[in-house]
Design a protein. Structure first.
Length: 168
């Protein structure tokens, strides 16, 4: 699934997209990434998806990519199939950024990419992801620069995104 050596960059990972195809994250070299564990039935869903779309619209042409990883580990708020999740995000929230295969973000079965993100930036709860819509900001070299709580709105981190994109 990913390199056995401790990876130094997010670009060293391969993940599955919503259709089960491998995606080599090195395709995002030179881009700023906002990585989010998403859910369709969370109290934070509407505001987060809406703002993620706004931020993406504003900065996608300047080098921002949002990578969404559905996760059903929090109160079963992402029970649907990948197809249902993609349809929900794309139809209801006009999500144009990639939505990947459903993953676990905590515990033994945590996806390697999430082990990497958490080891790079432990939250106030240590390693664990606290809830849906925890956000990680990754610079153009694939290094995690910031981690944000589920309740931190995507629009409120715009200044950090702009700094990494080097736009004013």
């Amino acid at each position: 699934m990913s390199p056995s050596k401790t990876s130094g960059s997010l670009h060293d990972f391969t993940v599955k997209d919503a259709r089960g195809n491998d995606v080599d994250l090195s395709i995002y070299k030179g881009k700023v990434l906002l990585i989010v564990n998403v859910a369709s039935q969370c109290g934070l869903t509407n505001s987060n998806y809406k703002e993620l779309t706004q931020v993406y619209e504003k900065y996608k042409d300047q080098g921002l990519e949002i990578l969404a990883f559905p996760c059903n580990q929090f109160a079963g708020q992402e029970p649907g199939s990948n197809e249902a999740i993609v349809e929900f995000a794309c139809t209801r929230f006009k999500a144009e950024y990639p939505i990947f295969d459903k993953v676990e973000v905590n515990g033994q079965g945590a996806a390697p990419i999430y082990k990497f993100l958490k080891s790079s930036k432990g939250g106030i709860f240590g390693d664990s992801i606290k809830w849906n819509f925890t956000k990680f900001l990754v610079n153009k070299d694939g290094k995690v620069t910031d981690r944000y709580a589920p309740t931190t709105s995507p629009l409120s981190i715009e200044k950090d995104i702009k700094k990494l994109l080097e736009v004013s």
